[in-house]
Structure formats: structure tokens, C-alpha cells
Write a protein that binds this ligand. Structure first.
Ligand SMILES: NC(=O)c1ccc[n+]([C@@H]2O[C@H](COP(=O)([O-])OP(=O)(O)OC[C@H]3O[C@@H](n4cnc5c(N)ncnc54)[C@H](O)[C@@H]3O)[C@@H](O)[C@H]2O)c1
Length: 349
């Protein structure tokens, strides 16, 4: 793809769910995305904008070569392991890939002309910490991750903050709440293995393609007794990354910003929204609470508005579910196809 005079942005993990949507947004906003990904959970078919470099985030030499070869000006760092449950049984892997990978990335961009980093952080850095179930979470809320996954995200934030102070980099850590939905084009969408996210699991159950949904706990101190989460459309997330690249930050500045819709939706509300969209009930079974699930995680996104001039635009629950359903009904690529040795080629759009 012809780069022309567009500024090149390294997108680590850009073959994954949120990274692919962000690469598309970058392309649409006049940037040239250079996706760097080992395809351990991402898809080559999802890289449709800019260049692709196959590599491991822990390979500092390959990263440095990529930064130099493409004259990278800014980096958006998504690459990492994301399954909270697996992080409890394999914390070593998570520290190696998430923290070790960020160490190698910081070394590779240091003194190579990169002046902006945007990092994929997570609401998992917050604990429940005495907050009432209907209280939203500001950035200053206590940090008490309930999993090694959350620990690694917080450790990366600290490292990046120190890097900024020491070397003059400017960076924004975006703390995502629950990413959901898909690009309305149908070209890219969510394809995790295993899928642990509520909306795709509920859609699979309603379409008869997956098991009945498990609802973990109906006795929380929330309006209907099920957990509250803040669902943010993946295209709104992508837009927040582009805004974070453009934000007016001084050299050495490190910022954190919550990226959520600011509205809590319960598990049962999501189940009802999926049933409405599919036109069939979502088979589901009520189970016990799951260890480590905070009753509610809902963003106070006001600082993102102030810092980035950003606000969610497509994150109304019915819109998210409609976009997710369009993708799930006819995914352009999937883990099932990959496991069977088939790759589904997305039609050009
Ligand atoms: N999905 C969510 O709701 C959510 C919420 C909070 C934070 N996040 C963070 O956002 C980022 C992206 O999440 P996602 O949902 O798009 O996940 P994803 O698994 O779809 O994407 C991660 C990408 O990183 C790549 N990757 C993994 N290990 C790598 C390595 N060693 N070297 C190079 N590439 C590697 C994978 O192949 C994949 O393409 C992650 O850092 C995740 O922790 C996601």
C-alpha cells in the first residue's frame, strides 16, 4: 500500500479485535498503520490497511528494525494476552508477554524519533474498593487489580509513566471498559478463542451455535442482581486512540483516561437486548457468582472528553448488539475456520 506523505503509526497487536478497528480508523484519518503482530490470536485477514510485519512483541531487534524501516512517529500498543482467567493459572506468561513485551517495545522506540505512545490499559486496574454498585469510576479511583492480567496492565502503566519522565516521550494509557460490537462494514469483528465476552456468547447461544449462556450470580447489590458493565463500541474505542495520538501533550507527559460509555448495563439487560436483536430468546442458565467478578465496573468518562475531545457515539446497547450480530451471523474470519485450516477471505469492501 502506498504510504505517500502519511505519518506512519506502529500498531502492535493490530491483527486483533480492537487493533484492526483502530488500523481502519487510522487509515480513514490520514495515517499509515504498520501492524506488528505474531498472529497468536490475531488474523492476517484483519490487516487490510497499511503494512503488516509478522513478529513477536518481545523481539526488540525486529521492533527496532520496523520502527526504522517505516520511519514510525507514534505507536499504539495493543499486543498482549487478554484472558483474565488464564492469567490466574499462567501469570508467568502474562508477565512475560505483557510486561516483557512492553519493556522491549519501549527500548525499541527510545531514541528513534517516536514521540507518542498510546497504550491499551484496562478497567481491570481498578478493584471494587468500597465503591457502591451504582458509582462510576474516575481515573483516581483506587487501583487494586483482582487478577494477574490487571497487575500486568498496571505495571505497564507505571513503566510507561517513568519512561515519559526520563526520556521525554508523551503517552496516554486508555483504560478500556468492555469492548463490544463490530465495524458496520462487516469486514472486521471480534473473534477470540476462547470467547469469554458476554455479547458474542449470548449471540452464539441465541443462534444455536453455542451452549446456553451462564449467568454468574443474580444476588449482587445491583438493580436486577446481575453484574453491571460498561459496554463501549469498538469503533468508539478506535476513535479514542486516534484522538489520543492527536492530543496536545507536552514532552514527558503521561496521562490515563477511562474509555467507556459511562452507563452500566446488567447481564440480564444484555440478554434481553440480544433476544430482541435475534428475535429469539437467549437460552441461559443461572449459576453461582464467579470469583473475582466485581459487582459493577462503570466508567466516569468525563476526563476522556476533556483530554481527548472524545465522546462515545455508537455505544447505545441496541446499536452495539446489532453490529455484533451482523458480524457473528457472517464473520469474515473466525477461529473455527483457522482451527480447521481454512481461512475465510473477506470480500473487498
Ligand atoms: N477486549 C476488551 O474488552 C479489552 C478490555 C480492556 C483492555 N483490552 C486490551 O486491549 C488489547 C487488545 O485486545 P483485543 O480484545 O483486541 O485482543 P486480541 O487478542 O484480539 O488482540 C491482541 C493481539 O495481540 C497479538 N499478540 C499477542 N501476543 C503477541 C506477541 N507476543 N507478539 C506480537 N503480537 C502479539 C495477537 O495476535 C492479537 O492480534 C489488549 O492489550 C487487551 O489487554 C481489551
Amino acid at each position: 500500500m502506498n504510504r505517500g506523505s502519511k505519518p506512519a503509526v506502529l500498531v502492535t497487536g493490530g491483527a486483533g479485535y480492537i487493533g484492526a478497528h483502530t488500523a481502519k480508523a487510522l487509515h480513514e484519518q490520514g495515517y499509515f498503520p504498520v501492524v506488528y503482530d505474531d498472529l497468536s490470536s490475531g488474523f492476517r485477514e484483519a490487516v487490510r490497511w497499511g503494512e503488516f510485519v509478522h513478529g513477536d512483541i518481545r523481539d526488540g531487534r525486529a521492533l527496532a528494525e520496523t520502527v526504522e524501516a517505516h520511519r514510525i512517529k507514534a505507536v499504539i500498543h495493543f499486543a498482549g494476552l487478554i484472558e483474565v482467567g488464564r492469567s490466574v493459572v499462567r501469570p508467568d506468561l502474562f508477565w512475560d508477554v505483557n510486561v516483557g513485551g512492553t519493556i522491549s517495545l519501549l527500548a525499541a522506540i527510545r531514541d528513534r524519533g517516536v514521540d507518542r505512545l498510546v497504550f491499551s490499559s484496562s478497567a481491570a486496574v481498578y478493584g471494587q474498593g468500597g465503591r457502591g454498585p451504582l458509582e462510576t469510576i474516575p481515573e483516581a479511583a483506587p487501583k487494586a487489580p483482582a487478577s494477574p492480567y490487571g497487575d500486568t496492565k498496571l505495571a505497564c502503566e507505571w513503566m510507561i509513566a517513568a519512561e515519559c519522565r526520563a526520556y521525554g516521550l508523551s503517552a496516554v494509557a486508555l483504560r478500556y471498559f468492555n469492548a463490544a460490537g463490530a465495524d458496520p462494514s462487516g469486514a472486521i469483528g471480534e473473534a477470540h478463542e476462547p470467547e469469554t465476552h458476554l455479547i458474542p456468547l449470548a449471540i452464539a447461544a441465541a443462534l444455536g451455535r453455542g451452549p446456553a449462556l451462564s449467568v454468574f450470580g443474580t444476588d449482587y447489590d445491583t438493580p436486577d442482581g446481575t453484574c453491571l458493565r460498561d459496554y463501549i463500541h469498538v469503533n468508539d474505542l478506535a476513535a479514542a486512540h486516534v484522538a489520543a495520538l492527536k492530543a496536545d501533550l507536552a514532552a514527558g507527559c503521561f496521562e490515563t483516561a477511562n474509555v467507556g460509555a459511562g452507563q452500566g448495563r446488567s447481564v440480564l439487560e444484555v440478554v434481553a437486548a440480544v433476544a430482541r436483536a435475534v428475535g429469539r430468546p437467549v437460552p441461559h442458565a443461572i449459576g453461582a457468582r464467579r470469583a473475582g467478578d466485581p459487582p459493577s465496573l462503570v466508567a466516569d468518562p468525563s476526563y476522556a472528553r476533556e483530554l481527548l475531545g472524545w465522546a462515545a457515539e455508537r455505544s447505545e446497547l441496541d446499536q452495539i448488539v446489532a453490529d455484533a450480530l451482523r458480524w457473528e451471523a457472517q464473520p469474515a474470519y473466525s477461529t473455527g475456520a483457522r482451527a480447521a485450516g481454512r481461512t475465510v477471505q473477506a470480500a473487498p469492501r
